[in-house]
Design a binder for this molecule. Structure first.
Ligand code: ZN
Length: 448
C-alpha cells in the first residue's frame, strides 16, 4: 500500500514530549492535513512529507498553555501600576474595561496574542470583559491561537461602574448567546467558558445558575478565587464560609473549573479542591506585583490538585510570557518553602499537560503524541544563557525565555517562523493598539 505523504514534517528535533512516560527522543514529527500528529518517526527514515522544516539540534516542546489571561487588559499595560487588588480593580481596571468598545477590544486581543504566540503559548483560557465578547472570539479566530474564553459575568459588587454592572438575567442571556455562537467554532479551536468574575461581583443566584449550566452543558467554569486576604475576609464575613468552600457549595468546584490564584486557602479547602477536581491556576507575577502573596503550590500538588499556570493580564504582570511565569513559579516555591521546591518537570507540566487537563483538552493537546494536534513550540538551545550541563527541564524552566522560541504552530499551522510572527502583522497590531489605547483612555477619562 502506498503511504500518502504527510502534510508537514518537523525533522530531527529533540522532542520533550510530556507524554505519560515523559519521553525525550530525537524524532521527526509528521502532521496530517487536519493538523494532527500522525507519526513520530526515526529521522534517518526520512518519511515523505509535502513540506519539511528542519529543526535538528533544537528542542520541540508542546505549545505552552496559559490557563488564566485577560486579553482585554493588554491595552492597560502600564496604566495600573501601584495598587492592591480591590483598589486596582475599582480605580483603574473596571473604568478602563467599561470604556472598551469592539475596536479597542480587538486591538487589545491582537496585541496580546502576538506576544503569546511569539513566546510559544499556543492555547489560552481568557476572561473577557462584560461587553463586546464577540470581538475577542473574532480576534482569536483570525490569529490562529487556540482560544477558550467567555464574557466576565458581573451582576453585583461595590464600586463596579454602571457600564459593567448587568442585571442577572441580562448577563446570563448574553452568556448563553455567546456559548451558542462560539463554543466549538472553527473546528473546535474556539471554545466558550463561563466566567463569573469573582464572588464579590456576582450574586449567589448567578453563581448557582452557572453551576447548573456547567453541569448540563459540560462547559468550563473560569473564575478568580482567594487572591488576596482582603477579599477572602469579606467573603467569609458576608457568607459565613470561606471562598473556595462557597464556590464548591454552589456547585462550581467540580470537574471543569479553573480557579485563578488560590493564594489564601483555608486548611479545609485543600480537600475541597482535591476532591472536586477543580484546577488551581497559579499566576506568580501577578501575585507578587499586587502584593497578594505566594500560593501554596507544593501543597496543592502533594494533595493531587491539578495546577496550571497563567500570566493573568498585562495590567498586573506586565508580560504575557509563560516562560517567565514558570521560572517565577519555581523561584517563588523555593522562596516560600525552601529548596528544592516544585521540581522543574512538574512546573513544565503546569504549562503543558496540566494546562490541557485544566481546559478539558488533554485528549487533544498538552503533549507531543500521535493523535494529538500539532500545537508545538521550537526552542533554539544554542544560546549562551541555555548552555549548561543541567537536565532539559531545568534548562527550560530556569534558563529559557520567550525570545528563544523560533517556531510555533497550532493545529499544524505555522504561526511563528524564525522567531517572527507570520500569522499576522505584529507591526500593525502595535500601531492599532497605540491608536485604540489613546481613544480608550480618553473615553475612560484617564490620561494615557
Ligand atoms: Zn485575572
Amino acid at each position: 500500500m502506498a503511504v500518502e505523504p504527510a502534510a508537514l514534517a518537523l525533522r530531527g528535533g529533540t522532542l520533550v514530549t510530556m507524554d505519560a512516560l515523559r519521553t525525550l527522543a530525537v524524532a521527526d514529527i509528521l502532521v496530517d492535513r487536519d493538523g494532527r500528529i500522525v507519526a513520530l518517526t526515526d529521522p534517518t527514515q526520512a518519511a515523505p512529507a509535502e513540506r519539511s522544516i528542519d529543526v535538528a539540534g533544537q528542542l520541540v516542546v508542546p505549545g505552552l498553555i496559559q490557563s488564566h489571561v485577560h486579553l482585554c487588559q493588554t491595552l492597560f499595560r502600564g496604566l495600573a501600576e501601584n495598587e492592591r487588588l480591590l483598589g486596582w480593580l475599582r480605580d483603574r481596571i473596571w473604568p478602563l474595561e467599561a470604556a472598551h468598545d469592539a475596536a479597542s477590544l480587538r486591538a487589545s486581543a491582537r496585541l496580546g496574542i502576538a506576544e503569546l504566540l511569539l513566546g510559544g503559548t499556543t492555547a489560552v483560557l481568557d476572561m473577557g470583559t462584560v461587553h463586546c465578547t464577540d470581538a475577542l472570539f473574532s480576534a482569536a479566530d483570525e490569529t490562529g491561537i487556540r482560544y477558550t474564553g467567555g464574557k466576565a459575568l458581573m451582576d453585583a459588587g461595590d464600586g463596579v461602574p454602571a457600564g459593567l454592572l448587568e442585571p442577572t438575567a441580562v448577563a446570563l442571556r448574553d452568556n448563553d448567546r455567546l456559548a451558542d455562537t462560539w463554543h466549538e467554532a472553527s473546528g473546535g479551536r474556539l471554545r466558550y467558558a463561563y466566567a463569573p468574575r469573582f464572588v464579590l461581583t456576582t450574586t449567589l443566584d448567578l453563581l448557582r445558575s452557572i453551576g447548573a449550566r456547567a453541569r448540563a452543558n459540560n462547559l468550563l467554569v473560569h473564575t478568580h478565587a482567594s487572591e488576596q486576604r482582603e477579599e477572602t475576609d469579606i467573603v467569609r464575613q458576608r457568607y459565613g464560609v470561606p471562598n473556595i468552600r462557597l464556590l464548591a457549595n454552589l456547585g462550581l468546584a467540580e470537574t471543569n473549573a479553573c480557579f485563578a490564584h488560590c493564594v489564601w486557602p483555608e486548611p479545609e479547602e485543600f480537600d475541597v479542591l482535591a476532591s472536586g477536581g477543580a484546577t488551581v491556576v497559579h499566576c506568580p507575577s501577578c501575585n507578587m506585583k499586587l502584593g497578594s502573596g505566594a500560593a501554596p503550590i507544593a501543597d496543592y500538588l502533594e494533595r493531587g490538585v491539578n495546577v496550571a499556570i497563567g500570566a493573568d493580564g498585562a495590567a498586573s504582570n506586565n508580560r504575557l510570557d509563560a516562560w517567565e511565569e514558570l521560572r517565577l513559579a519555581g523561584l517563588l516555591s523555593r522562596f516560600r518553602d525552601g529548596p528544592p521546591g516544585v521540581a522543574a518537570i512538574e512546573l513544565l507540566e503546569m504549562a503543558t499537560i496540566g494546562g490541557a487537563r485544566a481546559l478539558g483538552l488533554d485528549a487533544d493537546i498538552g503533549s507531543i503524541e500521535v493523535g494529538k494536534y500539532a500545537d508545538l513550540a521550537v526552542i533554539d538551545p544554542r544560546r549562551s544563557h541555555l548552555t549548561g550541563p543541567d537536565d532539559v527541564y531545568t534548562r527550560l524552566i530556569y534558563s529559557a525565555r520567550a525570545g528563544d522560541v523560533r517556531l510555533v504552530m497550532v493545529g499544524g499551522r505555522v504561526l511563528v517562523e524564525e522567531g517572527r510572527l507570520i500569522a499576522f502583522s505584529e507591526v500593525e497590531a502595535i500601531a492599532d493598539a497605540k491608536t485604540q489605547r489613546a481613544a480608550l483612555t480618553k473615553r475612560a477619562g484617564l490620561t494615557d
